[in-house]
Structure formats: structure tokens, C-alpha cells
Design a protein around this ligand. Structure first.
Ligand code: SDX
Length: 430
């Protein structure tokens, strides 16, 4: 729907800019002609007010705490669906029929193995390498194995690369864990579901049979669903920008993993659990709340706040429910970290600072407690996030490649450096 143009007058020059309307959510002003018409750039370093692309995959309403994947609410997908069904939805745009689901599951299942040389590739890492360092390296290394068959201009090969990525990141994530704990790698088992297979590759050992707990496997599957995609977050934007140059998709996903690792983004689940451990007991919560409010203290409450959600992150609610289910199933009563987390949440949600800045728990706040209870060490939490987010990255990468208006992303800048000056001979410097 066409709306009245946005008019801008700057430095004595005028521009009329198209206003575009989506299905739901804010309109956008198309500023692509702004520099040509006025000679100025826009300036938005954190992209708080900038839409980088048009997308049909995920919609977030931060004020209402709404998250839709292809129009379906995250609450319904997490409760009624499974992770591979969500992967199909994100990739193809519709929920699969019975036959489509069986075919998709079969294709993913039969791509879960990685080239045997990957096990030797991992042996080049230090024994104490952070599993995320191994994930960045090993996913990037996959580009060496498929570079000659990843013609991104061919829709069939784009879909094969997508299936390979979704299928192989759990195997590589489990290998990163096994390498870190010094246990033998466990091969994928095709009779297991995606999440059962991941738990088996992580926790089974050759010496004894590993019994998969269906409640825990369902919880793992739901955690994957909650982390699958999230609009144009930092790591997805990284994948889109890397992909806009036509780079190998495996290399683009490796770039996304690198970005996700940061504590302000996917690394927050590891940082949040470490923070809960540092707080230790409920009586120390006020000390940390005060530190979080102190402008001179870089400390932030990890797992709180969000660039988009200025209400409760809908994923955090589902994660909290999942956390209780897992702890109940494992008979973990009075988990001290959960006690601290619940009390911290209550205090923060009633504190004027957090209310005024609209800081609510995000997806990372309860995930750490849940993942720790499932048996994962803290440094594996972001690996799990990366395994789940791979489908979101690859779906967004595909959408970008298939956009007929797609061009290489190349932002400009506000230059505040030195004006032109001539080279100084060394005896005239200083
Ligand atoms: C994820 O984008 C996505 O969708 C990401 C994600 C996804 O699925 O891809 O949802 C996953 O990354 C979730 C976020 C995980 N990160 C954390 O939990 C780390 C702690 N949170 C903060 O670092 C912060 O809230 C961010 C990074 C999440 C958001 O940062 P913004 O949008 O840049 O907000 P900001 O830093 O400008 O903060 C606004 C104000 C500031 O105070 P003022 O300068 O206005 O006085 O709120 C304060 C901040 O100091 N603030 C916090 C806080 N988060 C923001 N104060 C204390 N503790 C916090 N956690």
C-alpha cells in the first residue's frame, strides 16, 4: 500500500522519500535515494531505527512481546510442533504436510554425518579450546568440503546446503563438546529424532548404553525451537552481510557463529549462569542490582534487557516453564541458581530502574539453568544456541540470495578523522 511520501529538507536540499507498508509492524521510509537527492547519509550506528531488508520469515512486536515465525506464534510452535517442523516452516514458509515432514526429516537425518577428516581437523585445537572456538572453526572448515558443489545461484544446491547446515551443526556441536571433555566422538544414529540424536552424540559413551529420557529430549527440542530465528539480530545481520558478497554459505554461517559468541548476544546464556553463580545467594542480589544501575560500573544483569523487547521476551516465559519441567523430571529440588534467578527476576521487575528502562528477562535468563540441569557445561550453552539458530541464519541467507533486488551490503560513515594533509619526513615528526 502506497502512503504519502516522507519529505525531508536538509542543507537547503529537499527529498521526497517513499513510505512502504508491510503486513504488520512499523512502516519504513525508503532512504536509498537520500544521498543522491540531498548529499547526506543517515546515521544509526546500532541500527535501532534502521530496517536492513524486507523479510517474510519472522515478526517481532517488542512492545507487546510477540514473536511470529511465518505468522505462527512461538508459543504454539513450542507447544504443538517440533524443531524440524519449525525448520521446514522457516525454510519453505508453510508447515509441512505429513508426507513433506517425513521427506524433510529423512533428508536432514541422512546428512548428519560429517567428513571423517573433520575429526582430525578438531585435533588441531588446544585441549582446553572453548567449544565456540571449535564451532567457528569447524563450521567454517565445512566450506572446504562443499565449495565445488555450492553454486548459490542454483536453487537446488542452495536447499542442499541449507539441509547440510541444519543436519551437521548438531554433529559438530557434539564433537566440540566431546573434544572438550576428552571423550570419543559419537556418530549420529538415524533411528533417533533430531534432539534425541543430539543428546546421544553428546552424552553417550562406548562403555554403556545411554537411555534417552523422552521428557529431556522434548525439552531439548523445545529449546531449539525457541532459539531458531529472531528477525534481524546481530548474528543474522552478520550472515546476511557476509552472504551479500556471494560468499560460501558455510563460511557465512561461521561468521554468524562468531558474532553470536559475544556476551551481549548469544554468549549471554553462559554469562547469565556465571552471574547467577557469582551472586550465589539471594541476600547478595541487592548488591548486584545496584551494580547494574551504577553508570560507572560496566556490570549488567546478563539475561536482562533486549534491543527490541520492551516487554517480557515470550521465549523467556516458555524457557522458565521448560526449566521447571526439566528440574522436576530430574528431581532437582531447590536448585540454588533457580532460587536466585526467581528472586532476582522478582526484585528487578519491581525496581524503578528496570521498569523505567523496560528491562525484562530475555531468552538467555532461564536457559542456562535448564541446560546445566540437562548436563551441559556452561561453555556449551552458546554452542546449543548456534545449533538452533543455524536454521534461522540459513533461511534468512536464502531469502537474501533469492531477493531479486539483492546487492552487496556496503554502509557509509560519518568521517571525523583528519582532513587531507601531506606526508611528513621522519625528521619533521613529533
Ligand atoms: C540475545 O537481537 C536479538 O534478537 C538477540 C536475541 C536473539 O534471539 O537473536 O534475542 C538473543 O542476544 C538476547 C540478549 C542477550 N544479552 C544479554 O542478556 C546481555 C545483557 N543485556 C544488555 O547488554 C542489553 O540489554 C542488550 C545488549 C541486550 C540490548 O542493548 P541495547 O538495546 O543497546 O540497550 P542499551 O545498551 O542501549 O540499554 C538501554 C539502557 C542503558 O541505560 P542508559 O544508557 O539508557 O542509561 O538500559 C540499560 C543500559 O545501561 N541496560 C541495562 C541492561 N540492559 C540495558 N542495565 C542493566 N542490566 C542490563 N542487562
Amino acid at each position: 500500500m502506497t502512503k504519502p511520501a516522507a519529505k525531508i529538507a536538509v542543507n537547503g536540499r529537499n527529498a521526497e522519500l517513499k513510505t512502504l507498508t508491510g503486513t504488520i509492524g512499523p512502516d519504513v521510509v525508503d532512504i536509498s535515494a537520500l544521498y543522491k537527492d540531498t548529499g547526506v547519509f543517515t546515521y544509526d550506528p546500532g541500527f535501532s531505527s534502521t530496517a536492513s531488508c524486507e523479510s517474510k520469515i519472522t515478526y517481532i512486536d517488542g512492545d507487546e512481546g510477540v514473536l511470529l515465525h511465518r505468522g505462527y506464534p512461538i508459543e504454539q510452535l513450542a507447544e504443538k510442533g517440533d524443531f524440524l517442523e519449525t525448520c521446514y516452516l522457516l525454510l519453505y514458509g508453510e508447515l509441512p504436510t505429513e508426507r513433506e515432514k517425513a521427506d524433510f526429516n529423512h533428508r536432514v537425518t541422512h546428512h548428519t554425518m560429517v567428513h571423517e577428516q573433520m575429526s582430525r581437523f578438531l585435533s588441531g585445537f588446544r585441549r582446553d579450546a572453548h567449544p565456540m572456538a571449535i564451532m567457528v572453526g569447524s563450521v567454517g572448515a565445512l566450506s572446504a568440503f562443499y565449495h565445488d558443489s555450492t553454486d548459490i545461484a542454483d536453487p537446488h544446491q542452495r536447499m542442499v546446503a541449507s539441509i547440510r547446515m541444519i543436519a551437521k551443526t548438531p554433529t559438530l556441536g557434539a564433537m566440540a563438546y566431546k573434544y572438550h571433555v576428552g571423550q570419543p566422538f559419537v556418530y549420529p544414529q538415524n533411528h533417533l529424532s533430531y534432539s534425541e540424536n543430539f543428546l546421544n552424540m553428546c552424552f553417550s559413551v562406548p562403555c554403556e548404553k545411554y537411555e534417552i529420557n523422552p521428557v529431556l529430549a522434548r525439552a531439548m527440542d523445545r529449546i531449539f525451537i525457541l532459539h531458531a530465528d529472531h528477525e534481524q539480530n546481530a548474528s543474522t545481520s552478520t550472515v546476511r552481510l557476509a552472504g551479500s558478497s556471494g560468499a560460501n554459505p558455510f563460511a557465512c554461517i561461521a561468521a554468524g557463529i562468531a558474532c553470536l559468541w559475544g556476551p551481549a548476544h548469544g554468549g549471554a546464556n553462559e554469562a547469565a549462569l556465571n552471574m547467577l553463580g557469582e551472586i550465589g545467594t539471594k541476600d547478595r542480589i541487592p548488591e548486584f542490582i545496584n551494580r547494574a544501575k551504577d553508570k560507572n560500573d560496566p556490570f549488567r544483569l546478563m539475561g536482562f534487557g533486549h534491543r527490541v523487547y520492551k516487554n517480557y521476551d515470550p521465549r523467556a516465559k516458555i524457557m522458565q516453564q521448560t526449566c521447571h519441567e526439566v528440574l522436576d523430571e530430574l528431581g532437582i529440588k531447590d536448585d540454588p541458581l533457580l532460587e536466585v534467578a526467581l528472586e532476582l527476576e522478582q526484585i528487578a521487575l519491581h525496581d524503578p530502574y528496570f521498569i523505567e528502562k523496560k528491562l525484562y528477562p530475555n531468552v538467555d535468563f532461564y536457559s542456562g539453568i535448564t541446560l546445566k540441569a540437562l548436563g551441559f557445561p556452561t561453555n556449551m550453552f552458546t554452542v546449543l544456541f548456534a545449533v538452533a539458530r543455524t536454521v534461522g541464519w540459513i533461511a534468512q541467507w536464502k531469502e537474501m540470495i533469492e531477493d531479486p533486488h539483492q546487492r552487496i551490503g556496503r554502509p557509509r560513515q560519518l568521517y571525523t578523522g583528519e582532513p587531507r594533509r601531506d606526508f611528513l619526513p621522519i625528521d619533521q615528526r613529533g
